[in-house]
Ligand binder design. Sequence first.
Ligand SMILES: [Mg+2]
Length: 392
Amino acid sequence: MVKQRVIALVDCDSFFVSCEQKRDSSLKSKPVCVISNKEGCVISRSKEAKQMGIRMGEPLFMAKKEHPKGIYIVADHEYYAYVSNLVMSVLKDFSPYVQIYSVDEAFVDFTGLKRLYKKNYYTLALYLRQKILDEVDIPVSIGVSSTKTLAKLASDKAKHFKNGIYLIGQRKIIKELKNTKIEEIWGIGRRLTVALRRSGVLTAEELVAKSDEWLDKLIGIHGIEMRHELLGNMVSPVINEEKPPKSIQNTRAFCLFTSDFNYIKNELNKHIHTSCRKLRSYNTKCRQIGVMLRTKDFRVFYTKKELLAPVDFELEISKIAMDLLEDIYDPTVLYRSTGVVLERIGEEGIEQLSLYSDSQTIEKNKNLTNCFDKLEAKFGKNIVQTGFTRKK
Ligand SMILES: [Mg+2]
C-alpha cells in the first residue's frame, strides 16, 4: 500500500490587495480594490470592499460612482511577482517539496514534517501561516488533506474560518464530499458542470459513486484521476517542477545619453542586484557573466567572462562585471543603456578558486545576502544597493 501523503495548499488571501496593504499599512482594514489599469475593472478586493458591495470585475467608473468611499489602486504586477517570490521562499524554507501553482498559490508537501517540527498537521499549518504573516506580512489560507484535489477544496473552506486553516482528514472525506457541489471541485469548469448535472451528478459524493468507466466516457482520464484524488488516493504528487532559467538578464535605457562612468557603473549595479535576487530565488549559481553597453547610435558592445567556480554572491559578480565594463567602456562615446547577463546557470564547476573561498567569508557573504533579502521584504525592492565611487 502506498503511504498516505499530507498535502497543503497555501493560498494568499486577496493577494493583490494584500500586497498593497503590505506596501502601505495605512490601507489595512480599509475598503481597498486593485484595478487592472487606469480605466479597467476591479480584480482584487479587501474584505471591507466586499462588504461594501463592490463586485469583482466591476468597471472602475461604476465602482467609483456607486462606492465613492472605496480606495482604488492600479495593479503593479511587478511588485506582486516580487512579493509572491517572498512568500514562496518561506514555503521552500519550510518543506523541500513546493509546487508553485500560480502567483498566489502553492502546494506544499507536509508529509513527515510533523516529526521534524514536533507539531500535528493542524498546528503545523497554523505555524506556517503565522510565519508568512510575520516574515512577509501577507495573510494566507491553508487547506490540508491527503491529495491536491482535497487540499484545494480544504483551502476554499479555510477562507471561511478566522484562523484560515481547514483540514480534511481521512475520516472526514465522505462527509465533505456530501457537502461539496461539483462546481466547487478543482478542475471542473462550467461546461463539465452542465454535462455532469445533465447526468444527475450534483455533488462530489455522487461523482465518486460513479465507476471509472463511466467517468472515462464522460470526462476522460482526468475524470478517473479526479475520483481517486477525491477519495484520498494521491494521483498527482507535489513536484518541484520549477527549473531555473538558462540565463538571467537585465537592462534598461538611461534617462539621458551619457559617458559618465560612475553613472553607468551604478546603473549596471542596479541590474546586477535585480539579476542576483532572481538567481538567489532559484537557489543556484552562474558560471558566466556578460556585460553589455549600447551606444547612442545603437552600436552594441558585449563582453563576457567564463568562471571556473560558479558564483552567486552579489559583490563578487559585481566586481567581475565592473572589470568587464571597463574593458568595453570608451570615455569619448555617449551611451544609451547597459545591462548584465548571467549565464550557464546551475552548472557544476570546480569549487574553490573563488575570490571569497574560505568558509568564514562564505558564511559572512551568505548572511549579508540574507540581510539584503530581509530588508527588501520589509522595506520594498531595491532598498539596498551597492554603490560606487571611483578614484580618478
Ligand atoms: Mg488567492
